[in-house]
Write a protein of this length. Structure first.
Length: 121
């Protein structure tokens, strides 16, 4: 009987401890790549798998130094964000955050590989 009461008491204490923690986690997403943008002249075209397309911005892969950066991001397309005020774009993996001038942390962990780091909203 005492053992049953002790087990129940420990269970209740455990549940109360878990409930007291803030379970919400800051959303973070992998950075697939980083790009420098170049604005192109009107009527510039590119050959794609779907044929010839008119393009206005060229994105070239770049490497950023490993470290943490606080920046303002704006979503430009599916898994594509622009650092406000800079000519740098970030390609993410499965990021569905709608950002318009949102302050985030870029955590650059590597200059190569599957993930370059994290964007933390």
């Amino acid at each position: 009987m005492k053992r049953t009461i002790s087990t129940i008491s420990l269970g209740i204490i455990g549940i109360l401890m878990l409930a007291s923690f803030n379970i919400s986690k800051t959303p973070e997403y992998d950075i697939a790549d980083l790009y420098q943008s170049t604005d192109l002249n009107a009527n510039t075209k590119a050959l794609t798998e779907d044929g010839v397309k008119e393009v206005s911005v060229l994105l070239t892969p770049i490497k950023l130094d490993v470290g943490k950066y606080v920046v303002s991001l704006t979503k430009k397309g599916k898994d594509l964000y622009k650092i406000d005020g800079k000519n740098i774009y970030i390609e993410t993996k499965y990021c569905y955050e709608y950002a318009t001038g949102e302050e985030v942390v870029l955590k650059i962990e590597s200059t190569y590989g599957y993930s370059k780091g994290k964007v933390i909203f």
